[in-house]
Structure formats: C-alpha cells, structure tokens
Design a protein around this ligand. Structure first.
Ligand code: DHE
Length: 543
C-alpha cells in the first residue's frame, strides 16, 4: 500500500519473480543463431511429437535442461545416433540425420527450449481462406466418382493427399495439403473431407463438384494431429473441431467455411497431482453420437473433455479424469462407449459418452496403440474392442456388451500374441472375419514388412503372415507396411508400403476372403503413403 495515501494500490509480490536469467549448470557450447534455428527446426520436425515442444516428455522422456545436463553431451549424442528399443528412432545410423546434425541436436538439448509463439484468433483469421463460398457450391454431386468408396490417402512427406477410387483403384486426384499431413476425417453427410497437417493446417475438400476441390483452409496453430466434425442428429456438417499440440488448445469452426469460432486453451492441472502443466496437447478427437458433443482427449493432463457445441458463447464442458498420456482411440460397435489408450501408462480408459462418465480403466499391455481400434464379436465373449501394442506383441480384447455379457463388460477378456511389438494399427470390418495387425515399428525387417492376420472365429489358432512389402515389389528401402483399411463393402483391405521419400512406395490391395494379392497401386505420385481413410467407413465410424 502507498504510505500516507488514501487509496490502497496493488503491488505485485516481486520477491518470487527471478530478476536474473537462470544460468545453466553445465558448460554448454554456444550455438550461433543459425545453428540454434536449425536445432529448433529439427527438434520441431522430428522430436516434439514425442517429447513435447517444451520437452516435458510424454511418449518420449523429459528432456528439460535439468535432465539433459545430467545425461551430458555424449550420452545424448549416442542416444540420438543409435536410438533405443523403447521406441527412440536411430536418427544417426538410419542416415536420417548427419553426424553434424546429431552433434548439433545433442548440444541444442543442453540449451533451454524456446517457447513458440501463441496462436490466437487474430493469427488464425490471417490464415483463413474460403476458396468457394457455400452459396457458390454445387447443390448435388456433379461427378460419377463412388463418393462412398473413395480413399483419402496421406502422402506424408509430399504434404498432399491422394484421392483413390475404391472401385477402380485409380488415383483420381492429388491435392496439396499441410506439411507432413496426418489424418483425414469426413463430414457427417459424407460430402466434405477434412485433412490436417502436422503444421496445423486444415484443408476442407468438397467431393461434389466435377472434380473434388479444396473449398477452405485454416491454420489453427503450429503443430496439430486431430480434426473431426459434428455428427449428432441435427448438427450434420454444421461444425468442425481441431486439436493442436502447439499451442495446447482446440478450436471449433464453422463446418461449411472453417471460420474459427471458439478457441479453448487446454493448459491446466494434471488430473491426479493437480499441479500445473504448460503444454497439455490435444490428442484424438471424436464426435459423440449420443449427445451434441465432441470428445477431446488431453494428453498430458489425462482428461477427456466432452465439449457441448450447442452454445459456443456459453460453452459447457464435462471434464472426466481418466489417465495421463491419452493418445488415440475409437468407439465401440454401438457407438456409445469410447475407448482411448493412455499409451505411456499401458492402459485404456473407457468413457460412456451417453451418461458422460468414466466406466473403467484397464491395463492392456505395454503402450497400447489402437488407432481407432477394431470391433468384432468374439466367439466366446461377445462384442469386443481390440488394441495392439507398441511395446509388446499382444492384442488385448475388451468386452463392450454390458447388456448381453455383463460379467465381461469393460474388462480385458482375452489376450493373444501377434507376430511382434511395434504395432500401430489393428483393423477388421463388420462383413469380415479377419483381424489384421500391422507391426511397422518393429525392428525386424521380416516383421515391419509384413502383416499378421487372425481368424476371428478361431483366435487361438494363431495368425498367418502376408509378405505385403514383397508383393509390392518396389525395390530398395525400409518399405514399412502400415495401417490396414477396408473398402466400403468390407471385401478388400488396403495396406501402405511406406518407403523413403526418394524411394518407391505403393498401396497393396488384398482380397479379404482369400487373403491373396488383388492389386498393387504404384505411381510416382504416391510418395510416402501412410494413413488411408475410406470415405464411408470414416464417415460412419466403421472399424
Ligand atoms: Fe499419428 C492418428 C499423433 C506419428 C499415422 N496420430 C493419430 C492421432 C494422434 C496422433 C493424436 C489421433 C487422431 C484422431 O483420431 O483424432 N502420431 C501422433 C504423434 O504424436 C506421433 C507419435 C509422432 C509425431 O511426431 O507425429 C505420430 N502417426 C505417426 C506416424 O509416424 C505415422 C505412422 C505416419 C504418419 O503419417 O505420420 C502416423 N496417426 C497416423 C494415422 C492415424 C494417426 C494413419 C489415424 C489412424 C486411424 O485409423 O484413425
């Protein structure tokens, strides 16, 4: 308070605010501004996905200076060069980083991480463009493409998607999108494809004109992975949502134009310790079919947010404490229950989207990574949802039928062994009795270049291995076989043969019933294909 004054004035408590910048405890080699900029770029592109921009750790360990100084330059250099069996890539020995770059990165990690800028409405609006206004769009489909059986294929390192015809296997169009594009999702009507890049750029593609055309774009931050649309009855094609890794926030947009409407920060308290986290990233987002809500998974704080989108000016959110390090997940076959992997905790959390509550958290195996998972009827335990694992060879099945099989509901009811760890995606289809499990991050060539397939009606009989990469016959390269995806009918399953950027990649189409090769889609334009999203299956959450 001011002495002798009549008004009480607020004075901040200065003693807690450091006046000197914190000194590093270790002698670190100075980096020139150019070197620092290169380190920042490489970290952002290669490392931030697992370790976080502020390096607090999630899928990968904490790399704040307190820890990196303890580890020291040589340890960091070796780790970056050789990787680790726990999932750290071998950036040096794989040739993806040069010796010089490895040294630079080891050094860079000894310096404080720079915080990238914020990204509010002003910046978002600067990046927002509508190429075709809704009133200028066609009112019915003007092409003869099978709009319910197209595949939107991520061409990761080209920053593009390929629209491939599911009936003819022809590439219909290549469309430029954001950098290192991640996923595609459909609008509820099936008319629009939404694509999000790692650089947080969303592109909205209209499938109805003579040629599918990009109608709007928006950049919602600096780094992102998820996009989804409103699917509740009455809200079809009305809204879209995207979640960012940096800044940690989600954005609700107009579903026709991508106009950003509402930005919500996810910074806040860890669900259990209730201490502050500056970078709780938004991982998967799904749309509820039971309430007009988005299901938003906040990775580091371990919260599932059910965001009611009916009134954006008075946003109502149900915040469910689940488990830390939420990543990817999907709905059960009824669409009511949402199952999400807390991968660094070896668990799956199950949410009842109708009653808005946590049903259970179950331990499944080491680092579950389901993608959206696989739903099928287990011969003994009834309807189940299954996940494979990054850290072990198992496939875990969770009962999802509380009415018909109450004693098995929301528990792990069966575990079988696949061919190895390093699995990212698992898939089946209501019309199929096959369960496909990929292993693209396994360290053994024969495993990451092939896929395992189980007969759902005879799970204990083990699996058959199909040499997908060999079938693709694309020559040199790692040729990782990734992400099974079905066509609409459920009689074909597609695999990406993911090769280096300068090498030949392909899509391999397998006849589901006979498990034999049906077609190899090869084209110089198919650069690093990874995710594939069938329009009908994605629109209707069929997996
Ligand atoms: Fe993905 C989904 C994050 C690396 C291919 N990925 C997701 C989702 C998240 C995510 C949060 C869920 C989105 C949703 O449902 O809303 N992915 C991350 C990462 O943080 C990570 C580990 C590291 C990074 O830096 O990005 C990562 N992902 C990869 C890859 O390296 C993959 C294999 C190849 C690629 O294209 O980058 C890859 N991620 C995919 C695919 C999906 C996905 C194909 C969608 C699967 C589905 O069936 O829905």
């Amino acid at each position: 308070a001011k002495e002798g004054g009549t008004t009480q004035q607020y004075e901040p408590q200065m003693e807690n605010i450091p006046t000197e910048p914190e000194q590093p405890q270790l002698e670190v080699t100075e980096l020139s501004p150019e070197e620092f900029a290169t380190g920042k770029k490489i970290f952002f592109e290669r490392c931030a996905g697992c370790h976080g921009v502020l390096r607090k750790g999630a899928t990968g360990p904490n790399l704040e200076t307190e820890r990196t100084h303890e580890l020291g330059f040589e340890h960091l250099q070796a780790f970056i060069t050789y990787g680790s069996p726990a999932g750290m890539p071998n950036w040096g020995t794989s040739g993806e980083l040069t010796q010089e770059e490895v040294d630079l990165m080891a050094n860079y990690l000894l310096h404080e991480p720079p915080a990238p800028p914020e990204w509010g409405m002003d910046k978002m609006k600067e990046t927002w463009e509508v190429f075709v206004e809704p009133e200028n769009r066609v009112t019915e489909p003007k092409n003869d493409l099978p709009l319910d059986n197209l595949f939107s294929v991520t061409l990761r390192d080209a920053g593009e998607i390929a629209l491939i015809n599911g009936n003819t296997h022809e590439i219909e169009k290549i469309i430029p999108t954001g950098y290192a594009v991640h996923i595609s999702r459909m609008s509820a009507s099936g008319r629009y494809v939404f694509v999000i890049g790692r650089d947080a750029r969303i592109d909205m593609i209209d499938l109805w004109p003579e040629e599918p055309t990009k109608v709007a774009t928006l950049k919602i931050g600096m780094e992102a992975r998820s996009v989804e649309t409103s699917k509740m009855k009455g809200w079809e094609d009305k809204l879209a949502i995207a979640g960012a890794y940096w800044p940690p926030q989600y954005v609700i947009m107009d579903g026709q134009t991508l106009e950003p409407k509402k930005i919500v920060s996810t910074r806040g308290m860890l669900y259990d310790e209730q201490t502050f986290h500056p970078e709780p990233r938004v991982a998967s987002i799904l749309s509820s079919h039971y309430n007009p809500e988005f299901i938003v998974n906040v990775k580091e704080t371990g919260k599932v947010l059910l965001v009611d989108y009916t009134n954006l000016d008075a946003l109502k959110t149900t915040e469910i404490d689940a488990e830390r390090f939420l990543h990817d997940g999907g709905l059960d076959s009824s669409g009511r229950y949402f199952l999400v992997a807390a991968n660094a905790r070896d668990k799956v959390a199950i949410i009842d989207t109708k009653e808005r509550k946590l049903v259970n958290i179950v331990e499944t195996g080491i680092k579950p990574h389901p993608g959206r998972g696989a739903n099928f009827v287990h011969p003994e335990f009834g309807p189940v949802w299954a996940t494979s694992h990054l850290g072990d060879p198992t496939i875990a099945m969770i009962g999802t039928d509380p009415e018909g099989h109450p004693d098995k509901a929301f528990k792990v009811v069966d575990v079988i062994d696949g061919q190895g760890g390093g699995s990212l995606f698992i898939k089946t289809h209501p019309e199929s009795s096959n369960l496909w499990v990929d292993t693209p991050l396994n360290s053994m060539e024969e495993m990451y270049q092939s896929v395992a397939v189980f007969d759902i009606n005879n799970l204990d009989a083990g699996f058959e291995v199909l040499p997908i990469a060999e079938w693709a016959d694309v020559g040199e390269g790692p040729k990782r076989v990734v992400q099974p995806e079905y066509n609409k009918a459920g009689d074909e399953v597609w695999f990406s043969v993911w090769n280096g950027k300068e090498q030949k990649s392909a899509i391999v189409v397998v006849d589901d019933k006979t498990r034999t090769l049906k077609k190899v889609i090869k084209d110089p334009r198919l650069i690093t294909p990874t995710g594939k999203f069938n329009t009908y299956n994605t629109q209707n959450d069929v997996y």
